[in-house]
Design a protein around this ligand. Structure first.
Ligand code: ZN
Length: 305
């Protein structure tokens, strides 16, 4: 049993249950590099089969996202576009990996980029094509061909079995000096319910240091925002280098954070007690837009942006 990142055999079990359904799920922390991961890691075939069974479900009933989800995804999309633009990345060909219902691909295509997406779910990707008239293919990262100036990947990397190989594919799809924007959940946050951390669909659980390390053969980190999620902007390396593992201090920090994770910390430090009123005000806003179509909502967002 060896670590997906450093390949050493020094893993410590930190959880045995899937938080969604209490079934058995073994999660390990690597004592050498601090990577938190499922073990055994499902094979690519197993993951593809999992998604293809979701495909079949979707095929029967045409997928239409809830309007409140379009609203949330649209707001997040605008925030991510501002993040890129504030760093001088404001045009060129863009690929969104794991494009979901297509909100980010559509918004970015209206705000300066030549955007396209790839999404494994048939229902989501066909909805995106029909609703927004954008180029979204149904498939995996390995199905993409071409060269892009910018690649974005929001909450997708944690689902992919071989992360280092994923960074190699991304390297090959980017033009020289191209940028990669990645967002994943942050395992070091205190802003997540302790009962909602580990589950089957998430194979890897990144800290800032393990995410930067997993990319280090192919990418340099140029900016990072870290809260309940990690948002990291990478630049493609000129030449591939050796993998750089997290330092001893970084591994010690992750280990300490994981020992502290629990309900008391969530409630008192993570702001868990504040979540209820926030949710109610969100429901109120969302109930007022529920009669609009996806494209109308996103076009209104652009207008008032
Ligand atoms: Zn390791």
């Amino acid at each position: 049993m060896s670590c997906i990142l450093c390949e050493q055999k020094n893993l410590k079990i930190i959880s045995r249950t899937d938080s969604k359904n209490n079934s058995s799920l073994n999660i390990f922390l690597c004592n050498v590099c601090g990577m938190v991961q499922q073990n055994p890691i499902p094979s690519e075939d197993e993951v593809n089969e999992y998604y293809s069974s979701v495909y079949r479900q979707d095929y029967k009933k045409t997928y239409v996202p809830k309007i409140k989800h379009v609203f949330r995804a649209g707001n997040l999309g605008l925030d991510r576009i501002s993040f890129l633009k504030n760093r001088g990345i404001d045009n060129g060909s863009l690929l969104d990996v794991g494009a979901g219902g297509g909100e980010f691909t559509y918004l970015s295509s209206k705000l300066g980029f030549m955007s396209q997406g790839i999404e494994p779910n048939i229902g989501y990707s066909s909805y995106a094509r029909e609703e927004y008239g954008i180029k979204i293919e149904t498939g995996q990262l390995s199905d993409v061909h071409g060269k892009f100036k910018v690649i974005t990947m929001f909450h997708a990397l944690e689902h992919i079995p071989d992360v280092v190989k994923a960074f190699e594919l991304l390297f090959n799809l980017l033009e020289k000096n191209g940028h990669l924007l990645i967002e994943v959940p942050n395992i070091e946050t205190n802003d997540a319910s302790p009962h909602n951390i580990y589950f089957k669909a998430h194979i890897h659980y990144f800290s800032s240091s393990t995410l930067v390390s997993a990319a280090s053969k192919y990418f340099d980190k140029i900016d990072m925002v870290s809260d309940s999620n990690l948002r990291v902007l990478f630049k493609r390396k000129e030449v591939v280098s050796d993998l750089i593992l997290p330092s001893f201090d970084q591994v010690a920090k992750t280990t300490k954070r994981l020992q502290k994770k629990g309900w008391l910390e969530y409630i008192f430090k993570g702001g868990g007690y504040k979540k209820l009123p926030l949710r109610l005000s969100k429901i109120f806003i969302e109930s007022r837009i529920s009669h609009k179509s996806g494209i109308k909502i996103l076009n209104d967002m652009i207008k008032y942006h």
